[in-house]
Design a protein around this ligand. Structure first.
Ligand code: GP9
Ligand code: MN
Length: 424
């Protein structure tokens, strides 16, 4: 019956930034080109392998964009679809299963629906079967006007590898569709080539693989480079098509590509003795880049996550979201909520990182309570009798995740959207 909505609503209102960000409305009525970068993690940015730059295009792009270098993915088993769910709704995906499947027909108030009211046309571009992750159902439900799926593309043996159409022909073939869309448009492009097991033909490999005991990590670098080159081509084509100046371009890594199964090779690459639980959390960072024409941008080191994309984007577009049920906050706002909740209950706060029952200093990685095995549960205090500093944040994180789950399991936005419509 939606009895829980008032409580959740007050929680969300209490945690909203008190002021709009300075960039509110800076991209009003501009087109949006959102690019979901398959398996792209932040550790490759401004980094090298065998002495070669891995992402030369992105490294340059960052110099003329807003780049968030402490931005975390918050996905679980739903992988890419979880990242999409976070981005479109600013709700958390589920602790297990894929919300795109289990709750694809719920009532939502997603970005495409909100922007439709502002006159936007919306479309997704992704060269896979439309029903993969139940996308056709979910996209239709959240208001996408068009889904350019596998059938919209010419796919041959020559232009495919691994999961399907390679990223370069994918972007190339998308341009004509993009040009034909009504403007302003809100579009999402989902890349595919940099997907496990990171296969690439010799003709497409510009850099050599890494050399370790992990074939997966070794091959990751050339496929990341390929994706970087595909982006460069896409940007050139957007310029030629006259779409670049009227569009904000947002790039985001969807989730990790290298699992902890490859920790040994990863520690060798990162030149560390081992990958600690702290390092593991830091490896969940994915690039988040916002390019706004005419804005110089800068590197922003504040913490953030995929949950924050919807409020950030809508703020840039000048859309009032004061009634929106969203757990994220505008990344450009000043007094933001000070934690990023990962789906397994681990979190990153301004000062601390909590995972696997351990509390670390975020900046230094120092384990703060090294003597106790379980510092959070049962209640353990340090030798001075002080409460574990991660504990209150842990409760706040659990509370927030539970609110989000309640909304999804109970399909609670049915009641909220209805009562809001009545008020108007
Ligand atoms: C499939 C693509 C990859 O269409 O989005 O999915 P993933 O395995 O990363 O969730
Ligand atoms: Mn993915």
């Amino acid at each position: 019956d939606g009895n829980e909505m008032p409580e959740i609503e007050s929680y969300i209102q209490e945690n909203r930034p008190s002021k709009l960000s300075e960039l509110f409305g800076i991209a009003k009525n501009k087109n949006v080109i959102f690019i979901s970068m398959e398996s792209l993690q932040s550790f490759v940015i401004n980094n090298t392998v065998n002495g070669e730059e891995i992402t030369p295009f992105l490294n340059d792009l960052i110099d003329e964009s807003y780049y968030f270098n402490n931005f975390y993915h918050q996905t679980a088993q739903g992988k890419t679809s979880d990242s999409e769910f976070l981005v479109e709704n600013s709700l958390y995906p589920l602790p297990s299963g894929a919300v795109f499947f289990t709750n694809g027909q719920n009532e939502y108030n997603a970005t495409p629906e909100i922007l439709k009211e502002k006159g936007y046309y919306s479309a997704v571009f992704h060269a896979n079967n439309k029903s993969f992750w139940n996308r056709d159902v979910m996209y239709d439900n959240i208001g996408y006007d068009n889904f350019f799926d596998q059938t919209a593309f010419q796919i041959t043996e020559e232009n495919s590898i691994g999961w399907g159409l390679k990223d370069k022909p994918f972007f190339e073939q998308s341009i004509k569709y993009l040009q034909s869309l009504p403007q302003p448009f809100y579009t999402k492009f989902i890349t595919l080539t940099n997907h496990y097991p990171f296969e690439l033909g010799e003709e497409d490999a510009s850099i050599d693989p890494y050399n370790s005991n992990s074939k997966t990590l070794n091959q990751y670098f050339p496929t990341v480079r390929y994706a970087d080159e595909a982006l460069k081509l896409f940007f050139d084509q957007l310029k030629q098509a006259g779409l670049y100046e009227d569009s904000i371009i947002v790039l985001m890594g969807d989730h990790y590509g290298i699992s902890d199964f490859h920790d040994k090779a990863m520690s060798m690459y990162l030149d560390k003795e081992e990958i600690t639980p702290y390092d593991h959390i830091q490896l969940q960072r994915v690039p988040f880049i916002v390019h706004i024409p005419g804005e110089k941008g800068k590197v922003i080191s504040n913490i953030g996550g995929q949950i924050d994309v919807k409020p950030t984007l809508l703020s840039l577009l000048g859309v009032d979201t004061s009634d929106d049920i969203a757990f994220g906050t505008d990344l450009f706002a000043d007094d933001r909520k000070d934690f990023v909740a990962l789906r397994d209950g681990s979190f990153v706060s301004d000062q601390y990182i909590y995972t696997k029952e351990q509390c670390y200093d975020r900046e230094t990685g120092e384990l703060l309570y090294p003597l106790s095995n379980s510092v959070i549960e049962p209640d353990v205090t340090n030798s001075d009798g002080e409460e574990n500093v991660c504990k209150p944040i842990k409760s706040a994180v659990e509370n927030e995740l539970a609110y989000s789950d309640k909304i999804i399991y109970g399909d609670l936005l049915r009641f909220y959207n209805q009562s809001n419509d009545n008020e108007e």
